[in-house]
Design a protein around this ligand. Structure first.
Ligand code: AMP
Length: 412
């Protein structure tokens, strides 16, 4: 036998048994976001590498070491998208969406790629649902988006996610704070990891995300941007908090929340779940008021989030059962007649199936059972039929022509 191929490291197959749970997550996101006026957008799976270098930031972990980047046959550097916000801002600019009524509210779902060390809940190809509202600086939008993610998580059966909330202030206010943080980090340089030390100048805030024990101890006493908010930044944050309180969405203030992407300002947030272990982030996001301009568009405030579908699936308390069929047709006689009946039942809107491996009558009954069908329709050789309820075992005579009406076929 030839050697078996394995799926690449950090990837996985989605099997039929997983489909119902995935459909629940997609369906909840679609419904909630559609009902709030978010229209679907799809952008390409790969983009010019420069989009992410610019948009996500050269000093982020994503750009430094996690991108799947390659040259295409025309010698252009392209990258499998590691996140959705920069591509959506690119599309907003490219399609002149700033001329539409603002904010433009967009929702998406699809695969993303990061070369990370695979572990439970962390993959190299994973799926995200996400939402962005581009073109409003109002705290109403920050709150709306946070509340929507809270509701989606509750809808799919994660009522106990914890919401961590912070504000990074405006870029100008943060510049002063970063200087203060750099000073603090230099004072404790010998206790920091090499990686954090190397990035004191370029990205000091990443120190809050470090796993390194010494760095973590140092960071417990580090100054926090959340304690330095002033003026309009403080007002904005207070307004977001008030709107969340009013909606009954509980949160924990966490001044160490910085998030791994460079583009955030003001509100940042993350939903986490205890059931997830080390990779506890279900989803998160924040404001990115400078990104559209950074990517060549007009100055445009924006806010958004992304949540990991696989993490949500891991955190769900109960998984929906795979869908079963309505009726499995079993025949003691003419297989072609059974097949024609199945075709009519399907046309009438029922989920119907039959044995396709020429099994004996007994073998077909076994298949009916294995299929999980709610009913078996047993065709006798003489044109009569019996309907069997597979869970109770009750059986009664029926007219095969009237089955669709009886079992509630929707019609097409
Ligand atoms: P981020 O874009 O890093 O804010 O990620 C948003 C969400 O996507 C996270 O909270 C996770 O739920 C999910 N996510 C990010 N990276 C991965 C990964 N490598 N594997 C699985 N899920 C991920």
């Amino acid at each position: 036998m030839a050697a078996k191929h394995q799926a690449p490291k950090g990837t996985f197959d989605v099997l039929p048994a997983d489909e119902a749970a995935r459909a629940t997550v997609s369906g909840a996101a679609r419904e909630r976001l559609r009902a709030a006026g978010y229209a679907r957008i799809e952008t390409p799976i790969f983009e010019d590498t420069g989009l992410f270098e610019r948009g996500v930031g050269e000093s982020t972990d994503i750009v430094r070491k996690e991108m799947f980047t390659f040259d295409d046959q025309g010698g252009r550097s392209v990258t499998l998208r590691p996140e959705g916000t920069a591509p959506i801002c690119r599309a907003y600019i490219a399609h002149g969406m700033h001329r539409l009524p603002q904010p433009v509210k967009l929702a998406y779902e699809g695969p993303f790629f990061r070369y990370e060390r695979p572990q439970e809940g962390r993959f190299r190809e994973f799926n995200q649902i996400g939402a962005e509202a581009i073109g409003s600086a109002s705290p109403l939008v920050d709150a709306e988006l946070i509340i929507l993610l809270d509701r989606i998580l509750t809808d799919v059966g994660i009522p106990d996610a914890e919401l961590l909330l912070s504000s990074l202030g405006s870029p100008e206010a943060r510049a002063d704070y970063r200087d203060e943080l750099r000073g603090f980090l230099r004072d404790h340089e010998s206790d920091l990891s090499d990686e954090v030390r190397e990035r004191i100048d370029s990205n000091p805030m990443r120190a809050f995300d470090s796993d390194h024990a010494g760095t973590r101890t140092v960071m417990e006493n580090a100054p926090r941007m959340l304690d330095r908010l002033g003026g309009e930044d403080a007002e904005h944050f207070a307004a977001v908090r008030e709107l969340l309180d009013e909606a009954g969405v509980a949160y924990t203030l966490d001044g160490s929340l910085v998030r791994g992407l460079d583009y955030y300002n003001r509100t940042v947030f993350e939903f986490t779940c205890d059931r997830l272990g080390a990779q506890s982030g279900l989803g998160g996001g924040g404001r990115y008021d400078g990104l559209v301009e950074l990517l060549g568009g007009p100055a445009t405030p924006a806010v958004g989030w992304a949540a990991g579908v696989e993490r949500i699936l891991l955190a769900m308390e109960t998984r929906p059962e795979p869908e079963t069929i309505d009726v499995f047709v079993v025949t003691g006689g003419d297989r072609a007649a059974a097949s024609a009946l199945v075709r009519r039942l399907r046309d009438d809107g029922l989920a119907a199936d039959l044995d396709l491996a020429e099994r004996s009558f007994k073998g077909q009954m076994k298949q009916a059972d294995r299929s999980g069908a709610r009913h078996a329709l047993i065709l006798e050789g003489d044109g009569t039929a019996k309907l069997r309820d597979m869970s109770s075992g009750d059986q009664r005579d029926v007219d095969p022509g009237a089955i669709a009406a009886e079992l509630g076929g929707g019609g097409r």
